[in-house]
Design a protein around this ligand. Structure first.
Ligand code: M6P
Ligand code: ZN
Length: 185
């Protein structure tokens, strides 16, 4: 019997699992500019790479009980001092929970319930974050290097972005002279 080499999830991209059932997407500022307060984004600025997402699963994605393993890389970009963030989403299936796991860099995980109440958790290498099924979640880079997190969630969870567009996270996150500020909308 031959012993198989393990899949090195944290080596994505460029690791051995790249290409094998790995989905990859990236967001430029032009894709997410509506999230930011600033309305003065230049055409050149719109081509800034904001974040990248790898997700990986095996087997049938429609099968209840199957899981995705993911990696999000949020670059250290500030839009007039506002920190780089993911779009953020609820799960279409509100029963589906998720784990985030801090790998590199420094961030905040914003959690918002269906009444619009928000809390925030510090994300750092080694931090583990349980995201209950009925909480919207958004990741924010508050550091000066790429923020990398691992994530694990059911393949049948789905992304509900619309609920977050209709009821945005109530705080914007800024970094002002090195200090993190949560500013109510
Ligand atoms: C994590 C997971 C993914 C999600 C990604 C980016 O990797 O939660 O499901 O797509 O972060 O977040 P968003 O889709 O909100 O931009
Ligand atoms: Zn999710």
């Amino acid at each position: 019997m031959k012993i198989k080499n393990p899949k090195l999830w944290h080596k994505m991209p460029g690791g051995i699992i790249e290409g094998e059932n790995v989905l990859y997407s990236r967001k430029y500022l032009k894709d997410v500019e509506n999230l930011y307060k600033s309305k003065e984004i230049s055409n050149e600025g719109k081509n800034t790479l904001m974040y990248e997402v790898y997700s990986y699963s095996e087997g049938d994605e429609t099968q209840y009980g199957n899981l995705f393993w993911g990696l999000t890389i949020l670059h250290p970009v500030y839009i007039e001092k506002e920190c780089n963030m993911t779009k953020g989403h609820f799960h279409e299936n509100r029963n589906c929970v998720e784990y985030y796991f801090g790998l590199e860099g420094e961030g905040l995980l914003l959690l918002m319930d269906e009444m619009g109440q928000m809390s925030a958790e510090k994300v750092l290498p080694g931090s583990l974050h349980y995201i209950a099924g009925n909480f919207a979640h958004r990741l924010v880079n508050i550091g000066e290097i790429p923020l990398k997190i691992g994530a694990c969630w059911p393949t049948t969870a789905g992304h509900d972005y619309r609920a977050v567009e209709e009821m945005p996270f109530p705080y914007r996150i800024y970094k002002n002279n090195g200090k993190i500020e949560l500013v109510e909308r």
